[in-house]
Design a protein around this ligand. Structure first.
Ligand SMILES: C[S@@+](CC[C@H](N)C(=O)[O-])C[C@H]1O[C@@H](n2cnc3c(N)ncnc32)[C@H](O)[C@@H]1O
Length: 206
């Protein structure tokens, strides 16, 4: 367990859980959380983004497929007395949610690296599938079915993945897509994509 410097919060990261990094902060700065938002973070990790959402809106959910990450988010919410209106669950993407559950804002900083032969102990937080984009594509198709009318989705993508096919999938699902933020790192460029659900898109993709 280690403590991360966050001026506003008492924040800890459990061992084996992804520590907030450049991509976390890029996403955090890009999202516009409104007081009436029903907010969902998929892949909440240690919970920095979920925690910040809990300060701004009263309806907050965090999901992670790692039980340790879900526990870490809950612990950080508890330490900061922010857990009352928050739910944290262990789930593979949004699979544990009833189809009728809707959010106005869904965010995900996904694992997006391609599969390789080395196991790091953090693969669950880093590897997005054989080519890196598989989990992101599965997320987009599931999450759009849980977006309220005109709901927003914010998603971190990397130049190491196939950006065009991710944007294309978002558009096919009825989202209008913009790049709202980007940053060049040592060996890749990361972007935050925002997708807004168009009102006239009737199809629900699960
Ligand atoms: C890159 S980390 C981001 C963590 C945190 N949101 C942040 O920005 O610091 C990706 C997170 O997604 C979680 N994750 C991976 N596959 C998942 C899945 N199928 N469903 C839900 N969460 C998943 C990982 O356990 C990890 O906590």
């Amino acid at each position: 367990m280690r403590t991360v410097n966050d001026e506003r919060h008492n924040f800890t990261v459990f061992s084996g859980v992804y520590s907030p990094s450049e991509d976390t902060y890029l996403l955090l700065d890009a999202i516009d959380i409104r007081p009436d938002d029903a907010f969902l973070e998929v892949g909440c990790g240690a919970g920095l983004i979920t925690l910040n959402a809990a300060v701004k809106t009263h309806s907050v959910m965090g999901i992670d497929s790692s039980l340790e990450a879900a526990r870490n988010t809950l612990e950080n919410l508890r330490r900061n007395d922010l857990y009352k209106n928050c739910h944290v669950i262990e789930s593979d993407l949004l699979g544990a949610l009833a189809p009728t559950v809707k959010f106005s804002l869904i965010v995900f900083n996904p694992p997006y690296l391609p599969q390789d032969d080395e196991y790091t102990g953090l693969d669950h937080a880093l590897i997005g599938g054989q080519t890196g984009k598989e989990l992101t594509l599965r997320f987009v198709r599931q999450a759009v079915g849980h977006l309220a009318s005109k709901g927003r989705m914010f998603l971190v993508v990397s130049s190491l993945s196939d950006l065009d096919s991710i944007r294309e999938a978002m558009t096919e699902c009825g989202l209008s897509v913009d790049v709202v933020s980007e940053r060049s790192l040592f060996f890749e460029k990361i972007q935050v994509l925002r997708g807004i659900l168009q009102e006239d898109h009737k199809e629900t993709v699960l």
